[in-house]
Ligand binder design. Sequence first.
Ligand code: PLP
Length: 444
Amino acid sequence: MKRDYLIKPVINESYKQISYGSGVYLYDKDGKKYLDGSSGAVTCSLGHGVKEIIKAMNKQAEKVSFVYRSQFTTEPAEKLAETIAKLAPADLNWTFFVNSGSEATETAMKIAIQYWQERGQYRKTKILSRWMSYHGITIGALSLSGHTDRRYRFVPLLDENPVISPPYCYRCPYNESFPSCGLQCANELERAIKRIGKDHIAAFIAEPIVGAAGAAITPPDGYYEKIREVCDRHEVLFIADEVMTGIARTGKMFAIEHWNTRPDMIVLGKGLTAGYTPLAATVVSDRVMEPILSGSKQIMSGHTYSANPQSAATAQAVLDYMKDYSLTEAAREKGKYLLNKLQHLQTSSNMIGDIRGKGLLIGIEFISNFKNKQPFNKQMNVTNMIVKQAQLNGLLIYPSAAGIEGDSGDAVLIAPPLTITELEMDELVSLFKKTIKEIENQFG
Ligand code: PLP
């Protein structure tokens, strides 16, 4: 038997080899077709093989593919930063480019700490986060992430621990319901700041809508307004991690715009290049840049491939395409259609407990008992069963997590390319329905 050389997510397990992609479909070496119902890892927002993007990539490759950022800048990088400034809310006018969402989180952490140093507050170094969250796989970003499976081997290396409850109304950590709860989950931030001491805290980071660790947990109205108010009152920066939710995915260019609030930094990745090349970004407000500009004038972060012109030209083409085809509005409208169809499915299912999200970021949580919302036994690994069965049926969906402990429940994300048609959404729902029925039959 042929040995493996590639270290795959599960080593030596057999993975299908993809030969090509077109629109919302991927095709493997044996000719099997898959409907990409999760845009890979909520990344390929435009679908596969889009000619306009490939043309822009080729055009840039013919000019120059690599320039070292400490020696030169390039037109694509400068233009892209300007485009992002125009799209971003409030005074988020500065962009630092990196290559992955994890690096963008790390850069935001460093900028937050540096901001307070430049203002003479050297003790403000802690970053607070929520315990159902995912901010990246590198050690700093993982420190902030409440993703048990991804953390447990490295706990001795992690500096921080997530401390705040998520705004998880389906399983309220306070056993309350909105609005009579008085947003206790947001008030918890203030209690944590008081406990730790505001003189030690640089920033609070949150995904506007929780992705990998909570299957599109969406906070109730007023949550982020309260978070902002608490942050302001205690001099704590607010970082919105929009690696999964940003760039039109939820029906707004940035998901935080669903609420009347203003982050100090936004972290981007995934949809920024729609998967065509690696690129991520930390978008920084004028307010945060001001003491750095009048102080050291340098941000101590960066990677060899930061601000890569090839990736910048790709992202510019992606943003132009989104504007030309009004994909932010499309995500909003298509999201309503898809959510409605999936909610219809819920009425005939024995295991769909909750469906939530915004735009084309939809989370589905599974339960074994409707009376007490009991999750399935963890050993059964129901999420994995569903994702695998869907793939057999030619549908790709993204495994997520659920349950009040963060890893005690089962959930998936459905997040197709924003270019998906109504007919393709119908096909997605019918493949998902078939998958759920097959799993339910296995449970008897
Ligand atoms: N932040 C969020 C919200 C994410 O969803 C992810 C990845 O899933 C990351 C950060 C890390 O991004 P990357 O995998 O590009 O390092």
